[in-house]
Design a protein around this ligand. Structure first.
Ligand code: FES
Ligand code: FES
Length: 160
């Protein structure tokens, strides 16, 4: 299969690679760029585990062609912590027991980050809407909702 060049910024670092034409961003991130924080679940757009931010918007990397991402800025959970300090959302998930098996967690964190970046003080309804595309089989969702609300109340998120 033909290879095509892609270049984008991934968690603040410039990346340039050749990927197979038609390869998904999910595959490019995991197989070419070694970002295993992006989880591969259903691979058909229904679970949300592969969610990343592209130019600040939440997107499903399993439904996004890598070759359409050139020139964009991509964020994944691998880039959330800074200098070894957890992002407030990561801290809130940890402290609020919002993670069990953890498979949904990267997608949940990115959906939550997209929300807080545009709406630092969301209502509970806003939070529920923001994670509506992300399936969790373990937690019953309430600890996740509470963790996102807790992070929104922390000064560090609002100052970030
Ligand atoms: S792996 Fe992309 S939505 Fe499930
Ligand atoms: S913590 Fe297991 S799927 Fe959400």
């Amino acid at each position: 299969m033909a290879k095509v060049p892609v270049q984008f910024t991934l968690n603040g670092e410039e990346k340039a690679e050749f990927v197979e034409s038609g390869a998904t961003l999910l595959k490019a991130l995991r197989d070419k760029m070694g970002d295993m924080s992006v989880k591969s679940g259903c691979q058909q757009g229904t679970c949300g585990s592969c969610s990343v931010l592209i130019d600040g918007e939440i997107r499903l990397s399993c439904l996004t062609l890598a070759e359409t991402c050139s020139g964009t800025v991509i964020e994944t959970t691998a880039g959330l912590a800074e200098s070894g300090v957890l992002h407030p959302l990561q801290r809130a998930f940890n402290e609020g027991f919002a993670t069990q098996c953890g498979f949904c967690t990267p997608g949940m964190l990115m959906a939550a980050k997209a929300l807080l970046d545009r709406n630092p003080q969301p209502s509970r309804e806003d939070v529920v809407d923001a994670i509506a595309g992300n399936i969790c089989r373990c937690t019953g969702y309430e600890p996740i909702v509470q963790a996102i609300l807790a992070a929104s109340r922390s000064n560090s998120v609002n100052a970030a």
